[in-house]
Design a protein around this ligand. Structure first.
Ligand code: FES
Length: 103
């Protein structure tokens, strides 16, 4: 079983921040959006392009390669060209630290 992975201090991960961590050898992008933490595999399902650094708005992160948008809370694609969901991870805040775990 994969252990939880520390992302950083909650206070340091400011609104709109994006951080990549490795969970079980897989890159995961952690986004703070409207105060909540969301974690998705850092790969667009269209052409294996990193999501890190993509625009975030309306609860979605945009792949900068061709513009697909994925819902942060579900990983589901909301616009083409992506049709498959991005793998979602769980986040938790414990003692002021943010962690990511496999779902
Ligand atoms: S690689 Fe992400 S939309 Fe094409």
């Amino acid at each position: 079983m994969t252990e939880r992975v520390r992302v950083g201090h909650e206070a340091a991960l400011i609104e709109g921040s994006q951080t990549e961590v490795q969970v079980g050898g897989v890159g995961v992008v952690v986004v703070r959006y409207e105060g909540q933490f969301y974690a998705l595999r850092n790969n667009c399902t269209h052409k294996d392009y990193p999501l890190l650094g993509g625009d975030v708005g309306a609860g979605r992160i945009t792949c900068e390669k061709h513009g697909a948008k994925f819902e942060l809370s579900t990983g589901k694609p909301k616009t083409l060209p992506a049709v498959k969901p991005v793998k979602l991870y769980r986040t938790e805040v414990d003692g002021g630290e943010v962690y990511v775990l496999p779902l």
